[in-house]
Design a protein around this ligand. Structure first.
Ligand code: FES
Length: 112
């Protein structure tokens, strides 16, 4: 099963957008981002405590758009691969989510 997320062109470089599907045991939270021209997606769960990264909607990047930030305890992740470079889960990584562009639309391939 796939889920359309948003138009790829609507995701500006240095921005990210969060999505939540389902509820309870079927709940899925992901976010997509564009950084240095590349589109990526990750599960919206910090490796430290498993909580969502953002507090304010779609606020995943730091002020300089260099790192993704977990707002709970400040972990910093590289946008390109989700690797945590600083914070309580340094050395661990965000879990990639399978997204692709289909007819100009970002589509999530649901797994599990
Ligand atoms: S929950 Fe993300 S750094 Fe603690």
């Amino acid at each position: 099963m796939t889920r359309p997320l948003c138009r790829a062109a609507s995701l500006a470089d240095g921005t990210a957008r969060g999505f939540v599907f389902g509820a309870g045991s079927t709940r899925q939270a992901v976010f997509v981002l564009r950084h240095a021209g590349e589109i990526r997606a990750y599960r919206n769960a910090c490796p430290h405590r498993g909580t969502p990264l953002e507090i304010m909607p779609d606020a995943f990047f730091d002020a300089e758009c260099r790192f993704l930030v977990c707002r709970t305890h400040g972990a910093q992740f590289r946008p390109a691969d989700g690797f945590c470079v600083a914070g309580p889960c340094a050395g661990r990584s965000l879990t990639p989510a399978p997204v692709r562009v289909e007819n100009g639309v970002l589509v999530l391939d649901e797994v599990g």
